[in-house]
Design a binder for this molecule. Structure first.
Ligand SMILES: Nc1ncnc2c1ncn2[C@@H]1O[C@H](COP(=O)(O)OP(=O)(O)OP(=O)(O)O)[C@@H](O)[C@H]1O
Ligand code: SF4
Ligand SMILES: [Mg+2]
Length: 340
């Protein structure tokens, strides 16, 4: 049987692969923007973890980059991405099809979002190959089979002929990864890919993604609520709150020296001596919806340090090595004795 050789991209590890700049979006009928001025970047071979509570706009941001927002549902009125050295305006969602499914792919929490229940697994993966390259049907099937082997599917020839419902959740997730990676993407976006799986399978899937990433130098955006996962795999972290990136930087700095009150709140349950583990802590209160978004700092309604000045937009403060936090009072320990 053919051993699939995944293509190692030409980019060196420090090349910026994706730059998202100043992305803003408003859902139709809403009075205010849900996503406001979101910017971050991903380097080749690196993993950026996006963390934040439910409803912060993590999935909407990823879907927008893939050109997958439901048509007519949202008005994108700012922002672009530079990907693979080319600039794209996010308003032109159709233009993003150029790389979707080939150079940039996405996997979801629920594999059935990507898999069609009424087609055999082998046919679906082979079709993904044929959609994005000049391959004969035979070559595409050979590549699909080799990819199933690569993601650790036992009895892959038999699985090729089966339907998605005949597989366990963990196996379906592997098939989804096989389909996402079969065309050697430069960037994989994984939106909570292991949340629905039990702990052992979760660890296997994360290991698999990491191995494939090392093999190909692919960049990865991992969206997760699990700080254990972040601690294990993130090179950099972007913390999203209510449609904004409130803090971003190297994972070690975000864990050891968080500067934004929201990040500190999310991490407050982490026992210092044992290192980061477990899901995000609960911050009292609720994420505001677009309708009741406060002016200025969006965290002001829940922030224990909020003052009048917080009714104006906080500018990102820089702490070196790309670590930034958007808070009027960052670093907090120079402003509030209680934090010292
Ligand atoms: N098509 C839509 N029309 C209107 N509002 C939407 C639409 N899609 C998402 N939203 C709203 O946008 C907000 C952000 O949603 P999103 O799914 O990006 O959150 P998330 O950060 O991924 O949350 P979770 O962690 O629960 O997956 C939510 O308040 C959601 O209700
Ligand atoms: S800007 Fe003000 S409200 Fe926002 S996080 Fe900082 S202190 Fe809190
Ligand atoms: Mg989501």
């Amino acid at each position: 049987m053919q051993r699939l050789k995944l293509v190692h991209s030409d980019s060196s590890p420090n090349d910026v692969l994706l730059e998202v700049s100043d992305f803003s979006l408003r859902f139709k009928g809403a009075q205010k923007d849900l996503i406001s001025h979101v910017s971050f970047s991903v380097k080749a071979g690196q993993t950026v973890c996006i963390v934040g509570e439910s409803g912060c706009g993590k999935s909407v941001t990823s879907l927008a980059m893939m050109g997958l927002l439901p048509e007519g549902a949202a008005e994108i009125h700012g922002g672009g991405i530079t990907f693979d050295g080319r600039h794209y305006d996010l308003k032109d969602q159709k233009a993003l099809r150029e790389f979707r499914g080939s150079r940039m792919t996405m996997i979801f929490q629920e594999p059935m979002t990507s898999l069609n229940p009424s087609f055999r697994i082998g046919d679906q993966i082979a079709e993904a190959v044929q959609c994005h390259g000049a391959h004969t049907a035979e070559e595409a099937r050979a590549r699909a089979l080799a990819m199933l082997v690569r993601v650790g599917i036992p009895a892959p020839e038999k699985r090729m002929r089966e339907y998605p419902h005949q597989l366990s959740g963990g196996m379906r997730q592997r098939v989804m990864i096989a389909m996402a990676l079969v065309n050697d993407p430069a960037l994989l976006i994984a939106d909570e890919p292991t949340t629905a799986l039990d702990v052992t399978i979760q660890a296997q899937i994360l290991d698999l993604i990491r191995d494939l990433q090392a093999e190909t130098n692919m960049g990865t955006i991992m969206i997760t609520h699990d700080l254990g996962v972040v601690a294990e795999i993130a090179d950099t972290v972007a913390v999203m709150y209510a449609g904004t990136v409130v803090e971003a930087g190297p994972a070690e700095q975000i864990f050891n020296d968080p500067q934004h009150p929201y990040t500190i709140g999310l991490m407050s349950s982490i026992p210092k001596l044992t290192g980061p583990r477990g899901r995000l802590a609960t911050v009292p209160g609720m994420v505001p919806t677009a309708e009741n978004m406060p002016d200025g700092c969006r965290f002001a309604t829940r922030c224990p340090f909020a003052q009048d000045i917080c009714k104006t937009d906080p500018k990102p403060q820089s702490f070196g090595n790309g670590h930034v936090a958007a808070c009027h009072f960052a670093p907090l320990d120079t402003h509030f004795e209680a934090c010292a």
